[in-house]
Design a binder for this molecule. Sequence first.
Ligand SMILES: [Zn+2]
Length: 382
Amino acid sequence: MLPCRPIRALLTLRMIRAVCVAALVGMVCVLAVVTDGAAQRRSHTVRRGDTIASIARRYGVTQRELRAHNRIRGNAIVVGRSLSIPSARGRRDMHQVGRGDTLTKIARRYGVTTKALARANRLRGSNVRLGQRLRIPGRTRENPVRRPRRPVPHPLTDEQRADAERRTRQLVIGSRFTAQRLLRLPARESWIEAAREAPRRLNDDGLVEGDTGEMGTLGLPVNRGRYMRGWGSGPGGYHLALDVAGGRGVDIRASERGIVVYSGHEISGYGNFVLIAHPNGLVTAYAHNEQNFVISGQYVTRGQVIATLGDSGLARGPHLHYIVVHQGEHCDSVPMLRPFIERRGGEVVEAVRARWRTRQPEAVRCLPRSARPHPRHGRRRR
Ligand SMILES: [Zn+2]
């Protein structure tokens, strides 16, 4: 029995070593599987103290994405639950570098400059590596998203342009003073008279053919736009306009025929801004545009594309800030728009309908801008 003892010990040692090697190999294998999986699908096991916000922040995704990805409603998450983390791919403000991607290609794809992209990611030079996550700039005013400019849908002929310029001089319109005046005071009679000269309907040679709408109502400024907030919303009810959400670059249409009295970007906060005077004395204004297609003095017909939707000026996200002014007072446009409005949640609401031909309809409320000062800008802002 005695000689057996060392052998047994040796065996045991060998066995332990074998087990160890196997275990080591196994661990490496397990690690490989885990990392491989992590590259495609990330998950997070909820710990005490975790919140949707803290997890979202940790993985660089939005709370909304995290909720949608895991079908979570509200903020309730159970400790121990495994949450799947959405990948950066498919997100508009993040890009995961794929095969063949270069900084220039990525920049072009998102319509930003290479410089802005490099700066947003603190890159030195233009090298990117496969799988790298890049933040796409463009949500800030310092890095405006550069989209290719769209050609003007109905370009003016030289003659039409000369006419528009002549009217601008004769009627003394087109300056920021015109815009500021119209946001406070009644339109000049000569401007309303000029608006009456605007064609009701135009053909291929100039503008849009089709329904000219019912007189006294307004055409929707954005097709399939969503109602975001209305007249009298916000602190103190300062927002005397209608906000319509829509995709960046979507068409903005004139609500009624008339004459463009201002097209520019000199009114603080409004970005690219267009003002149109109409035959019944109403004035419609379109703010935060991405691109204006019209010039002052130009006639436009109802439904004509005058600009594209954007977020220029002080705008949180792309939307149209739509103002209807009558005698210097800012009016609730919803009752005059047809046939219904769609809220952002998808709910479709039929508005109280009102037609404005001569006397102001009861359903349409109007207030001077100064009656509801902006909470931050005070009375400075018109
Ligand atoms: Zn607004």
